[in-house]
Design a binder for this molecule. Structure first.
Ligand SMILES: O=C(O)CCC(=O)C(=O)O
Length: 202
């Protein structure tokens, strides 16, 4: 859902926070996240800086620094060659709430580096590019927040982020699969719904 032209887009608290964090160039518009309590966005990182603003209900966020990437067992970059955007290298294979230490033994070394915060309505969290986060909606009711992604500045910070590089590399590797899926959807005159799904993933 987009907020262009709505009061939320002009919300002073949001703009103050963006200025405070020194965010200058938005990479996306605002995205709305609405879900039931108990819903979890699995452990992943974003290659852009992000801010997450809580509107209604609370969310628990588990964070790990980029230094822990390989203790979190990211989906290997090369897998995007075979699976396109269906499997993304920015996702971890570990479920931190029910970790399987037999399969993912190094996750134990990441645990001491984990940070947990609870975001309440009106609070805003800055999520630097490359930081791992798992987001869980708390309580029984509907939980709602907005986020927006920002260009990583200064450029030197972007260039020094291995997590950013590996995310971009994975996107490049996904291209042949995406191209092939588009061509085969068109060749087989699949329904416009399927094409829409592909475009949404992009
Ligand atoms: O709120 C959520 O469920 C996910 C938000 C998120 O992953 C983000 O802001 O980067």
């Amino acid at each position: 859902m987009f907020f262009k032209g709505t009061p939320l887009e002009a919300a002073p608290a949001l703009h103050q926070a963006e200025a405070w964090f020194g965010l200058q160039f938005p990479a996306t518009s605002l995205n709305l996240w609405v879900g039931p309590g108990g819903h979890t966005s699995c452990l992943h990182y974003d290659p852009m800086d992000g801010i997450l603003m809580q509107l209604y209900g609370c969310k628990k966020i588990l964070l790990f620094p980029p230094s822990q990437t390989y203790n979190l067992y990211p989906i290997p970059v090369y897998k995007q060659l075979r699976h396109g955007l269906k499997l993304r290298a920015v996702y971890s294979q570990v479920y931190p709430e029910t970790p399987d230490f037999q399969v993912f033994p190094k996750f134990a070394s990441a645990l001491p580096h984990g940070l947990e915060v609870v975001l309440h309505p009106g609070e805003i969290l800055f999520l630097p590019a490359g930081w791992w986060h798992e987001v869980t909606a708390l309580g029984d009711g509907v939980v709602c927040s907005v986020n927006r992604f920002w260009t990583v500045l200064p450029m030197s910070r972007a260039l020094c982020s291995w997590n950013k590089w590996r995310a971009h590399l994975a996107s490049v590797l996904a291209m042949p699969h995406i191209g092939w899926s588009l061509i085969s959807a068109m060749r087989h005159q699949r329904s416009s719904d399927e094409l829409k799904k592909l475009i949404q993933r992009l």
